[in-house]
Design a protein around this ligand. Structure first.
Ligand SMILES: [Zn+2]
Length: 555
């Protein structure tokens, strides 16, 4: 008995010694759970509009602080999640829907918490948020575990992780929603709400609910035809930017509190840190919402949003918006101004009739923009001079060095071309559902009048490659790369098509460009190994194969 006892003590001694000091300091920190839902409009969450009950959200809302006017900084999955997790604006974190890596020098909530002794896990349902094979390279920084799983499997994967987690932990769960039209949207919201309920039930069952900080937010909304937009990604009106946001504090402090002032998804990371009693990195650009909630502040935070997607995917103008008081100002080639108190659906543009107000608000946005360098800092995706030279030698013409990073409010106004955007995005959706003929017909129709749309050229190339029409696919992917040379996925797709036509030399150039931008993709390293092998570059092939195996590829 005694011997066992002393042995036990000895082991305990080792254990205590082995725990890094940060863990000891973090011992009584609360667990933190951030749950992001996809595409839920604020006016379709039951706790904000009783006409559309969402049982899980509505129960949670009663135990949470409810932010009635929370706004996304971008109408896009990847960019919005970057804002949530970094507490920085899109032009600072450089995330994009084209797969640009998250800037390594921005503060990152998982990383900050991990450094403070938190165990950290991410379970994401959106393929876009996969750092290795999606559009979110760099998102796994600071996570012990980062898993993408099928939409329906996310909770099944997260629950066992929760079960053997030591406190304190940080869990991020992304609940994606099935693609939805205006008709099926209600069902999609209900399905996401039911998935949320499964996670909350698991937390309650494991006695982790009461003491945890729980944040629930949607990354953006859904237009459902408003302003002519079918889905989301282009426009900055309330349908896609006004989102549900709940904050449940330990022991349900401030439960049921309703905050009416304007707040932002940008504020989530600083809020979580303050609620956990941790310092907020000075580079975070949002602010903690706890003070606003506690003091009944009536001062709206100014709300900035932007979408670079019309520029990056379509070659049109980017859009920026500024919400101040009752006004929504949209900076576009044809500017827009709405008085949302009188015109909540933003249908009467006052830009021509309220010029003085327009100028005042435009000046506020100018002042805000002046805090950022003119074209933002380097995004990390731009092609190097040597990459540019290699592409030029392969016959690519008119390459723009800063294609996706440099942008201004100029050129085609997205609202004049929204039907083309709808058509392109509908074809992308068909492609994602393997409806290749439908996708091809859609892209071809777009390109018959708008040959300069990157997303349509890329989509058509990918669809044709899936149909094994490699020569045609290569033509369209070549055009896509001329329009967007730093696109990881266009370079990846053309590389694969070129392998199929036996042009290994050209394929190598494209795989190298893709790999430089997505260095954690085992698949791209494997493909590079194959083409180097074919080219007789044995050493290079071995190096790439080793990298692939290191990243989990089968030898
Ligand atoms: Zn989304």
């Amino acid at each position: 008995m005694g011997r066992w006892f002393s042995l036990f003590l000895f082991q305990l001694g080792i254990l205590i010694f082995a725990i890094p000091p940060t863990h000891a300091a973090a011992a009584n920190k609360p667990n933190i759970i951030v749950i992001t839902l996809d595409s839920i409009r604020a006016d379709r969450a039951g706790f904000l509009d009783a006409k559309h009950p969402t049982p899980a959200l509505d129960v949670l809302a009663k135990q949470s602080i409810v932010f009635e006017h929370a706004y996304a900084q971008a109408p896009l999955t990847v960019v919005s999640h970057a804002t949530i997790l970094t507490g920085t604006y899109p032009q600072t974190n450089h995330a994009s829907e084209l797969g640009a890596p998250l800037a390594a020098d921005v503060p990152y909530l998982p990383d900050v918490l991990h450094a403070r002794g938190y165990h950290s896990g991410a379970f994401v349902g959106s393929i876009s948020l996969d750092p290795r094979n999606g559009l979110a390279p760099g998102f796994d920084r600071g996570f012990d575990v980062y898993e993408w799983a099928e939409r329906t499997q996310v909770i099944t994967r997260a629950t066992p992780w929760l079960g053997h987690q030591q406190a304190p932990f940080f869990l991020w769960v992304n609940i994606s929603s099935p693609p939805a039209s205006a008709d099926s949207y209600r069902a999609a919201v209900i399905s996401s709400d039911a998935t949320l309920e499964k996670l909350l039930a698991a937390l309650r069952q494991q006695k982790l609910y009461e003491d945890a900080i729980i944040v629930v937010a949607s990354d953006h909304g859904e237009s459902l035809g408003a302003h002519g937009e079918d889905t989301h990604g282009i426009f900055l009106y309330d349908e896609t930017i006004h989102v549900p946001l709940l904050l449940k504090l330990p022991q349900t402090r401030l439960a049921g509190k309703r905050v009416a002032t304007h707040v932002r998804l940008l504020d989530i990371a600083p809020t979580v840190l303050e609620a956990a009693g941790l310092p907020v990195p000075s580079q975070m650009q949002g602010q903690s919402l706890l003070r606003i909630a506690k003091t009944n502040s009536t001062t709206n935070l100014p709300v900035y949003s932007r979408s670079d997607f019309p520029h990056q995917a379509f070659g049109w103008s980017l859009l920026e918006s500024w919400r101040t008081g009752k006004y929504l100002y949209i900076r576009a080639p044809k500017p827009e101004l709405y008085d949302l108190s009188a015109d909540p659906n933003a249908t009467h543009n006052l830009a021509q009739t309220s010029k003085a107000i327009l100028q005042t608000i435009a000046a506020q946005l100018d002042a805000f923009d002046s805090h950022f360098s003119p074209h933002g800092s380097a995004s990390g995706t731009e092609l190097t001079s040597s990459e540019m030279q290699k592409l030029a030698s392969l016959g690519y013409v008119g390459l723009q060095k800063t294609s996706s990073a440099s942008a201004a409010v100029e050129g085609t106004d997205p609202k004049d071309q929204i039907a083309i955007a709808n058509q392109t995005l509908s074809a992308i959706s068909a492609l994602e559902q393997d409806k290749l003929d439908k996708a091809i017909a859609g892209f071809q129709q777009v390109l018959s009048t708008h040959a300069d749309i990157y997303l349509a050229q890329y989509g058509l190339g990918r669809a044709l490659a899936q149909k094994k029409s490699y020569a045609d696919a290569i033509q369209h992917l070549h055009k896509a790369i001329e329009l967007q040379p730093d696109s990881t996925w266009a370079n990846y797709e053309i590389g694969k098509a070129l392998v199929n036509t036996g042009d290994f030399k050209t394929a190598a150039v494209h795989f190298e460009i893709a790999s430089n931008r997505l260095p954690e993709s085992a698949e791209i390293h494997s493909l590079l190994a194959q083409v180097y092998e074919k080219l007789g570059r044995k050493d290079d092939a071995n190096q790439e194969r080793a990298k692939a195996i290191n990243l989990g590829a089968k030898p």
